[in-house]
Design a protein around this ligand. Structure first.
Ligand code: K7E
Ligand code: CUA
Length: 865
């Protein structure tokens, strides 16, 4: 598959090179550039990001969706959005929060019994092995309601939400340790760990910060809450974190602001928080040995339990030589560990410098117990100068950092200057700056925070979009700008408006590392990965009543829902289990019952459930919400809710005219004949597929399997039809024969798709000239009358070059000056037959030559049309 696309890409690249030559000779590209006001640089940038139809991107980006509580997935370099993953908020398309199974995931996020239906996602993180992304799991944090969620990259669905039981706010998550043993989630706004009232005047005594280490099982992709713990920290506002890797593995780094421990009070005449919280020149970088503390936490004596959660008190961490502080420039934001783990870069938003700490220096200070002092909570403070490798002046408002594949190369966002700066953290030199629009927050490199950064691109995640896009009102989209970093200097390639959330951080991974599934094993509850209790196979559909509880076991397959009629009493509690019986790729069905605020999306093989109380009387259509086939509208049924306390008077039966036996027989015969003819078409496609060895091409073989999924259901329907004939019920027999026809149409639909795909795969490669010829054939109007492989309003052109002596010249002359040849005996006979004259399409000599090349290509592949 990928290989085919690569080939396709190279063909297209070939034509674009040809096109750039066309600029020089005043060709089509030049015309387009003039008409659209494009410069040569624009065209080069377009070519660097353009993804031809059917193409695939090299990288996949997972961006936080900010206040939308979701994750945005898009490709690089095309910047095409691929998916929104529902995480902390309901998402209607995927039924997230509208069916019982996803609701169970969403409700894991309840806090103290309260339903929370929004989230403020900030930092997505990809699971790692040896510090490199393994493409298996994605974690993301919620700043507003301290929670972490786990997404399975096998189906891009959220599987788990864990609530931090002691934090009231957080920001520094989610960060995987280098083998995904733990996920770090550090606090932001300090608050009491317990759930009680504590006056702000007791801030220093009773308010606390910290870092939670969530134990992660990377085999099953779940956090083990019981095996997790929090390291207590002073009420400094802990901010971003990063796990050590390589030489610093086992340690972690969390920076902070408001080490002043200022608590504001504008309303009582105090200066505002912003003044008091940024008074000191430096804040503290927290350095802690999580590996050691994980062992320490296993002993009950070492921990205190609050809200059922283990906390290692500051003094225990200090006594175990596992918690230290180093001054860092004030109000820092990012702390980013280099690919080898040796350099740790901190940028202070209010300082123009980046500070590069060196792990070996820090470690030797720790080992020698060389402290300059202790903070008010007894935590040893290491000397800033002795732990620094150096500082570099970058510009105004440095925030976040990303690494590239070049040793020592680092990219930093400058919030105030609205720039990305490229510099070297080893020799501390600034190399290049690129302007972005406006106010960049995070930046995203390709695997740019892993132990194996790929370089190539940086994405600037901008907070504002002034001047950039079509205005859509006072709220603008945000702007992700793609920058090419493969050259000596950076080059801004592309602006992508992001109309969702405020995306804070994004992470990118090579697409080749992702292996998403095509379908579920039949009857899977995708949220648990296990078989669903409501799994229902064809023939097992049923309605079970237990008191006032009604359970419906239903199936969905193109193009019907079984059952199609459900009657319940007003007040019944209705649970519907739905199984999508499809095996075919992308044959999703959706399901809703009108007026009952339920919706589920069922991917092939999936079972899910919806539940509601039938508290309003009436007739409620239910239907499939995905346009899944030509008979999608027919994929419906009725829920009838009747009031048991009401008497219903039966409506007078209408006398409908019925068909005579002769009429019925005629319709039955006609239906059977149509089926036979349709089957012939299918058999001819099958013969073609077999002759051309479809099984050799996976794409085609998959389509054929899908097609025969449908075809295989025909014998059972045929049996029912024949039984009905025997029983003398032609009415019913016609309906079953109709069902057969539906199955045939679905088979043919996919079968023809398979045939088209196969033709493209087995045909001789088209040269650039042949491609140009095909285009000229289409755009010059030839295809209006000539269809290759078929006689339509003009003759079939297969073999046209062989039909005439000196065929190439004959065809060329005829296209250039058809009028001159109307009296030619052959042409005359054709004009009479089709009652049409070949018009002069005023084509250039070049186009005609290309068309002839195209016709030659057709002859080479004539057996395929
Ligand atoms: Cu917006 Cu990482 Cu929360 Cu910086 S964060 S921008
Ligand atoms: Cu299933 Cu529409």
């Amino acid at each position: 598959m990928r290989e085919t696309f690569n080939k396709l890409a190279s063909i297209i690249l070939g034509t674009s090179l040809a096109a750039s030559i066309a600029v020089a000779d005043g060709g089509e590209l030049k015309k387009i550039m003039e008409a659209r006001g494009l410069t040569e640089n624009d065209v080069i940038r377009a070519a660097k990001t353009y993804l031809p139809t059917g193409g695939r991107d090299e990288f996949v980006v997972f961006s936080s969706g900010g206040q939308s509580g979701q994750i945005i997935v898009y490709g690089v370099p095309s910047m095409k959005i691929l998916k929104y993953i529902a995480v902390f908020t309901p998402e209607p398309w995927q039924g997230y929060g509208f069916d019982q199974d996803s609701l169970a995931v969403l409700r894991q996020g309840n806090i103290r019994g309260r339903e929370i239906n929004w989230g403020d996602t900030h930092h997505p993180a990809l699971s790692e092995q040896d510090g490199k992304y393994d493409g298996k799991w994605l974690a993301i944090n919620d700043k507003a309601n301290p929670r972490v969620a786990i997404i399975d990259l096998h189906d891009f669905e959220t599987k788990q939400i864990v609530v931090n039981p002691i934090f009231k706010s957080e920001h520094g998550g989610a960060f995987f340790t280098q083998n995904s043993d733990y996920i770090i989630e550090s606090c932001q706004y300090a608050a009491p760990f317990d759930n009680n009232y504590h006056p702000i005047e007791e801030y220093k005594e009773t308010y606390r910060g910290g870092a939670t280490l969530w134990k992660f099982d990377s085999k099953i992709g779940r956090i083990d809450e019981k095996a997790s713990f929090t390291i207590e920290m002073p009420p400094y506002m802990q901010d971003l974190s990063d796990a050590g890797k390589g030489v610093s593995d086992g340690w972690a780094f969390t920076n902070s602001f408001n080490t002043e421990m200022y608590t504001g009070g504008i309303e009582v005449g105090m200066p505002p928080n912003e003044a008091g919280m940024s008074r000191n020149d430096t804040d503290f970088l927290h350095i802690y040995n999580w590996k050691k503390l994980a062992e320490v936490a296993k002993d009950k004596k070492n921990v205190k339990i609050v809200n059922g959660h283990k906390i290692i008190p500051i003094e225990v961490a200090v006594a175990n030589n596992a918690l230290f502080l180093i001054p860092e420039p004030k109000s820092p934001h990012g702390v980013d560990v280099s690919p080898t783990g040796e350099y740790i870069t901190v940028c202070g938003k209010l300082d123009t410098h980046a500070s590069v700490y060196k792990w070996s220096k820090i470690k030797s200070l720790i080992d020698a117990k060389k402290y300059v002092s202790k903070d008010p909570y007894g935590i040893p403070i290491l000397d800033m100068k002795s732990s620094l490798h150096g500082q570099v002046e970058l510009g105004l408002g440095p925030l976040h950092n990303q690494y590239s594949n070049v040793d020592g190369e680092i990219y930093t966002s400058l919030y105030v200057d609205s720039q990305i700066v490229k510099w070297n953290y080893k020799d501390l030199k600034v190399l290049d700056k690129e302007n972005v629009h406006y106010n960049v927050g995070h930046l995203c490199g390709m695997e740019g925070k892993s132990a194996d950064p790929q370089g190539k691109y940086i994405i600037s995640l901008n907070k504002l979009a002034i001047d950039r896009f079509q205005s859509v009102g006072p709220l603008h989209p945000q702007n992700h700008q793609l920058i090419d970093i493969s050259g000596k200097t950076m080059d801004l390639l592309y602006d992508m408006p992001i109309p969702l959330g405020e995306p804070h951080q994004a992470v990118a991974i090579r697409a080749s590392k992702l292996h998403p599934a095509v379908r579920y094993e039949m009857g899977t509850n995708s949220k648990t990965g296990k078989q669903h209790i409501g799994k229902t196979l064809a023939g097992q559909e049923k309605i079970v009543r237990k008191g006032n509880k009604v359970f419906i076991y239903a199936t969905m397959v193109r193009s019907h829902i079984n059952p199609e009629r459900i009657t319940v009493n007003k007040g019944d509690e209705v649970t519907m289990y739905l199984t999508n019986l499809e095996r075919a790729q992308d044959e999703t069905h959706g399901f809703t019952v009108d007026h009952y605020d339920v919706h589920t999306s069922l991917e092939p093989g999936e079972t899910s459930s919806i539940k509601f109380t039938a508290d309003i009387e009436g007739v409620f259509p239910y239907y499939c919400t995905e346009f899944c086939s030509a008979l999608h509208l027919e994929m419906m049924g009725y829920l009838m809710v009747k009031d048991p306390n009401k008497k219903y008077v039966s409506a007078q039966k209408l006398k409908m005219k019925t068909m005579t036996p002769q009429e019925l027989k005629a319709e039955y015969d006609k239906t059977v004949a149509v089926n036979a003819a349709t089957d012939e078409v299918i058999q001819s496609v099958v013969a073609f597929l077999k002759e051309n060895k479809f099984e050799k091409h996976k794409v085609v073989a998959d389509l054929v399997t899908d097609a025969f999924d449908q075809y295989g259901q025909i014998p059972a329907q045929k049996k029912l039809a024949d039984e009905a004939v025997k029983a003398g019920d032609l009415e019913k027999a016609i309906l079953f024969e109709n069902m057969i026809w539906q199955l045939m149409v679905k088979t043919a639909d996919v079968g023809i798709r398979a045939k088209d795909a196969l033709v493209r795969l087995v045909a001789t490669k088209q040269s650039a000239t042949v491609q140009a010829g095909e285009k000229a054939f289409g755009e010059g109007g030839c295809s209006g009358c000539h269809v290759i492989g078929k006689v339509s309003s003009g003759p079939d052109l297969t073999g046209v070059l062989l039909r005439h002596e000196n065929g190439e010249k004959w065809v060329k002359d005829f296209i250039m000056n058809p009028e001159k040849m109307y009296n030619d005996a052959y042409v005359k006979s054709m004009i009479d037959y089709f009652n049409l004259k070949m018009p002069n399409q005023h084509m250039s000599e070049k186009e005609v030559t290309e068309i002839v090349e195209y016709l030659k290509w057709i002859d080479d592949n004539a057996n395929l049309f």
